[in-house]
Design a binder for this molecule. Structure first.
Ligand SMILES: [Mg+2]
Length: 170
C-alpha cells in the first residue's frame, strides 16, 4: 500500500516488539524514529531498558538503525553514539529516501525491513511508501503539547483500522 497511512500493527511501547515477532515477519533490519518512539523528546541519553532491548535484537541477528528527521544533529548523534547504533539523519520522512539510504547502508531489502515510529504522516507514510513493514507505537510520555494532543486524536481512526485489520487476520 504505497500511499497508505494505516500501520501494519500498533504496539503500546517499543519494548512490546520482540525479536520473535520480528523474526516471524521475516525482518532482519529494524529502522526506528527516535523522539516519542524510543524516548521522550529532549531526553539526552538512552536509558537501560532501551539499551537492553537493542542488545536483545542484536543477539537475535536483527540490525537496528535510527532514521530521524531531526535537524539539530548533536543530541541525536550523541544519543545514537551512546546507544551504539547507526543513524540516518535528515530523512525528510514522509519521503522514503532516508529509509532507502538506511537499507542500502545495511545491505537489507524492503521485504526484510520494518520501520517503527509514532507518527502516521511521517513514519508510517514513509514506511508504506518504501514498502517496508510499518510498525507504530503510542508516543512515549503521551502527547504533551496542544498540537501533539490534536495530532494524537487525528491518528486514532487509523490506529483503530490497523487493530481491526489485525483482529481479522488473527
Ligand atoms: Mg517521533
Amino acid at each position: 500500500m504505497p500511499f497508505s497511512l494505516v500501520p501494519h500493527r500498533v504496539f503500546g511501547c517499543y519494548a512490546d516488539i520482540t525479536p520473535d515477532y520480528l523474526t516471524e515477519q521475516g525482518i532482519t533490519l529494524l529502522l526506528s524514529d527516535l523522539d516519542f518512539t524510543l524516548a521522550a523528546k529532549k531526553t539526552p541519553r538512552p536509558d537501560q531498558p532501551l539499551r537492553d532491548w537493542i542488545a536483545d535484537l542484536a543477539a537475535h541477528g536483527i540490525g537496528f538503525m535510527i532514521v530521524s528527521n531531526n535537524r539539530s544533529g548533536r543530541r541525536v548523534t550523541e544519543f545514537c553514539a551512546d546507544l551504539g547504533v547507526p543513524y540516518q539523519g535528515h530523512a525528510r520522512k514522509p519521503s522514503p529516501r532516508g529509509l532507502y539510504a538506511a537499507m542500502e547502508r545495511a545491505g537489507v531489502d524492503a521485504a526484510h525491513t520494518a520501520m517503527l515510529g509514532d507518527k502516521l504522516l511521517t513514519d508510517m507514510l514513509a514506511a508504506n511508501r518504501a514498502g517496508v513493514l510499518a510498525l507504530m507505537v503510542e508516543p512515549v510520555g503521551g502527547p504533551v503539547t496542544a498540537w501533539q494532543k490534536v495530532l494524537h486524536a487525528l491518528q486514532a481512526p487509523f490506529k483503530a483500522a490497523s487493530r481491526r485489520h489485525a483482529e481479522k487476520i488473527g
